[in-house]
Every structure is written in structure tokens, then in C-alpha cells.
Write a protein that binds this ligand. Structure first.
Ligand code: LLP
Length: 434
């Protein structure tokens, strides 16, 4: 998959780099990103949209994996950027990301975050609620600016990996509800505000979705709403942002479709509905995160101790865990793994992979088939590129792992490993303790 293969030594190789060497050079745990695979995923979005003929933007959803290097890459590949905090915005500024292609999300943007966005003249704010509309209008007025916005709508479609549900009233902290009049009242409010310009609407129905149906239902509702607002309010709207959520393969049970299928289904719905409504199709924005970086990431760990529970299971422990990958503990997420230095071995046994944190729930994988391992072997867990590093934490005062990008046999450090001194750098000692 991607540029991954097994080399002559029987080691896992990614981007032309031997992962056993990478572990030695950079230490473990180590996030390894297959740069070519990230670029390839982005190109699939471009190709699918170009085929549709729609005007579009593909915004990278930062929350999946935010670093300066990733933003540089996203810009090289002509993506826009979705940020949800001033930390992500600051990362984008440091990456010199073109401000007009930055979209700022969040259900509780602070005054300082809004001001940062206004000062940087970002492309748009995705406004979540009435309070924010008024605050943004005031802060923009204070600066003598007009803020471009999308309004985030809760369309009453909620999708989960395998099923979708249509709710009359979406019980969500996000957005203006379409079905109870909130969205309409929001547009009325926008009309009264002098320092706000409404570009269009946004909806995001969920994440790690495999089926196209939920996307089509949301697209259908959103284009109808878009047409209605244009007609009733005479506003020159241009944009419909249909969010992210396109699923990936973590585990053999996962059945995502190719990216192009999701975009084709969305585009066809938009075009067909627009035609029916006598509307020029709006410009379509999407904001994928997971499907851009998820499968491109692999985490390398060094295997340490093991423990046998006779007749039940063998635990093998690695030098990371819920500090570098919170997803198994938080969502019971399933992953696959291999032993990077024993990639050709065919005699396998079923074991469970434990993290090193002081918490029974810190299990990375329950039941995975691996060759017999020894301390010092390198475990490679695949599909860890999204929501791994970005959700990393310092529980048990474990330093955050390093990140490398690999391509054409070259490995470049893009995030340095935290040091023990980084761990205590914000600690202060009250004078009376000295
Ligand atoms: N746009 C909005 C408004 C979102 O809320 C999200 C994800 C995305 C785009 C990107 O969705 P993606 O294409 O990555 O599925 N921490 C969780 C995922 C939380 C997703 C939150 N929003 C996880 O590890 O699975």
C-alpha cells in the first residue's frame, strides 16, 4: 500500500526508507508519513472535482494532523486549509499559508482567535451560532473590516460509519439547526449586520463514513436551502461547504470507497438538484482530514516486555500507547500491525499489544497475528496518520514522539521528539517551596 514494501532484508520499507533504520536513527515511538501517498490522496480529490466541472476548493482539515511541514505540503498541492483554533492558525501563519484560503471553524472562537483571523485577513469564518455572529460583526467593525463567513448548518443528517440517521432536530453543539428555524433567523440576523458578508453555508455530517448516502442526503438538503435563501433574501451566495468525513481503512473490516466515488456522488447530487431548482450550481468546498493523511501514517514502536496469561493471551508491550494514539482507548478503534524487522515471517501467533501507560485501558490492539517477538523488535502499526500526533498528550509525563516524512529514500524530521526538559519547561516552583 502506498510506497510500503518488504525489502531484501525482510524489513518493512516506506518511501524507500527501511523502517528498522528509521527507528534506530530517530528513536521510537516514531510517526512515519509516506509523503507520496499524501500527495496522491490530495490529487484524487482534485481529479474527481475536475471531472465534475464544478468550481471547488479542497480544504485540508488541520485537526487530523497539524504541523508546519504538512501545511507547506497542502499549499504545494493547492489545497485550502481549515483551522479550528489560534494554535492551528498560528501554525498556518508560520507555514506562510495563503490567508485567503484559510477557513476558521469552531463553536466557541475566543475574542483573541477572531481578532487573529481578522488581522490575518483569512478567507472566511465558519460561524457556528448567534453569539458568534454578533461578536464577529463587532470585532470586524472595530477594525473597519468586513468578515466573510459561511454559516454552519445542522442539516438533520447524521452519519456513522455504517449507518446514517435522519433526525428532525439535530441535538448537536454545532451549527444553526435547519429544521427549527434557527438557520433562517441566522440569515435574517446576518442581513442586519454591516460588517459580515455571507458567502454561503457549511455542513459536516460525521467522520469515518463509508456510505455515500448520508453525503447525498446532506448535499440535497443543503442545495435546496441554498436556493431558498437566494430566492427569499436575494443574497449573492456562492459557496456550499459539505465538510469532511470520508472514511479510510484502518483494519480489514473497514470498507471505504475510493475518494473519487464520494466526490462523484456529491457532485452529481449538487448538479442534479441545482438543475431542478433552476440554479447555477454553487462552488463546492469539502474539508477532508483523515482521508488525506490517515493511511499515509505508520507508527513505529520498540517492543519491550511481555506477559502470558496461560490459555488466555499473551500481552506484548511497546514503548508508546495512548500518549501517541488515543483512538483505541477513546473510541475502541481497531488497528493492524506487523513486526517491521520480521516482515517475511509466516508463522504467526495471536497476541495483544499493550501501551506503557499506567492504565488498563491503554491497549493498542486486542488480538493481532504477529510472529514470535523478542524485546527490541520494531512494531509497525498502520493507518495512524490522522488523529494520532494531533491528539497526542503527555500523560504519565511521556514526551511526545517525533514525526518524519519519507520519500525517495530520504527521511526528513518534521517534528522533533520532545525532551525530558520540554516536559518540565512550564513548571514553576512557588518561592515558599524552595
Ligand atoms: N470538517 C469539520 C467541521 C469537522 O468537524 C471534521 C472532523 C472534519 C472536517 C474532518 O473530518 P475527517 O475528514 O477527518 O473525517 N478525533 C476523531 C475524529 C474527530 C473528527 C472531528 N471533526 C477520531 O480520531 O476519529
Amino acid at each position: 500500500h502506498g510506497t510500503s514494501k518488504i525489502n531484501d532484508k525482510g524489513h518493512l520499507e516506506i518511501g524507500g526508507c527501511d523502517t528498522v533504520e528509521l527507528a534506530r536513527e530517530f528513536g521510537t515511538p516514531l510517526y512515519v508519513f509516506d509523503e507520496a501517498l499524501i500527495r496522491q490522496q490530495i490529487q484524487k480529490y482534485h481529479e474527481a472535482f475536475q471531472k465534475s466541472g464544478l468550481k471547488y476548493q479542497v480544504a485540508y482539515a488541520s485537526k487530523a494532523f497539524s504541523t508546519v511541514a504538512m501545511y507547506k505540503l497542502a499549499n504545494q498541492e493547492k489545497m485550502s486549509l481549515e483551522v479550528v483554533s489560534e494554535g492551528e492558525l498560528h501554525t498556518a501563519v508560520k507555514a506562510d499559508f495563503p490567508r485567503e484560503r484559510i477557513h476558521f471553524h469552531g463553536n466557541n472562537k475566543t475574542v483573541s482567535e477572531i481578532n487573529y483571523g481578522l488581522d490575518e485577513n483569512i478567507g472566511c469564518f465558519v460561524v457556528d451560532n448567534y453569539c458568534e455572529l454578533e461578536l464577529l460583526n463587532k470585532l470586524a467593525a472595530d477594525k473597519g473590516k468586513t468578515a466573510k463567513i459561511l454559516m454552519r448548518i445542522t442539516p438533520g443528517v447524521e452519519a456513522h460509519t455504517h449507518e446514517y440517521i435522519q433526525t428532525g432536530q439535530a441535538d448537536s453543539k454545532f451549527g444553526f439547526d435547519l429544521n427549527n428555524g434557527q438557520a433562517r433567523t441566522g440569515v435574517e440576523k446576518v442581513q442586519e449586520l454591516n460588517n459580515i458578508e455571507l458567502l454561503g453555508f457549511h455542513a459536516h455530517i460525521g467522520s469515518q463514513i463509508f456510505d455515500v448516502k448520508g453525503f447525498q442526503m446532506a448535499a440535497d438538503k443543503m442545495v435546496n436551502w441554498f436556493a431558498q435563501v437566494k430566492k427569499d433574501f436575494g443574497m449573492p451566495l456562492q459557496v456550499l461547504n459539505l465538510g469532511g468525513g470520508f472514511g479510510i481503512r484502518y483494519h480489514k473490516e473497514d470498507t471505504p470507497l475510493p475518494v473519487g466515488d464520494y466526490i462523484a456522488a456529491l457532485s452529481e447530487t449538487i448538479q442534479a438538484e441545482s438543475k431542478k431548482l433552476g440554479l447555477d450550481a454553487p462552488e463546492i468546498w469539502v474539508e477532508p482530514g483523515r482521508s488525506i493523511v490517515g493511511e499515509a501514517g505508520t507508527t513505529l514502536y520498540t517492543i519491550g516486555t511481555y506477559k502470558d496469561i496461560p490459555g488466555i493471551r499473551r500481552y506484548i508491550a511497546v514503548d508508546g500507547g495512548m500518549t501517541d494514539n488515543l483512538r483505541p482507548a477513546m473510541y475502541k478503534a481497531k488497528y493492524e500491525a506487523m513486526v517491521a524487522n520480521k516482515a517475511n515471517e509466516t508463522k504467526l501467533e495471536t497476541v495483544s499489544v499493550a501501551g506503557k501507560c499506567c492504565e488498563s485501558g491503554d491497549m493498542l490492539i486486542w488480538d493481532v497475528d504477529l510472529p514470535a517477538v523478542n524485546p527490541g523488535d520494531i512494531l509497525a502499526v498502520s493507518s495512524t496518520g490522522a488523529y494520532g500526533y494531533s491528539m497526542a498528550n503527555n500523560y504519565n509525563r511521556i514526551p511526545r514522539a517525533a514525526v518524519v516524512f519519507v520519500q525517495n529514500g530520504q527521511a526528513d524530521l518534521v517534528v522533533e521528539r520532545e525532551s525530558l526538559n520540554d516536559i518540565i519547561k512550564n513548571d514553576r516552583i512557588p518561592e515558599r517551596f524552595l
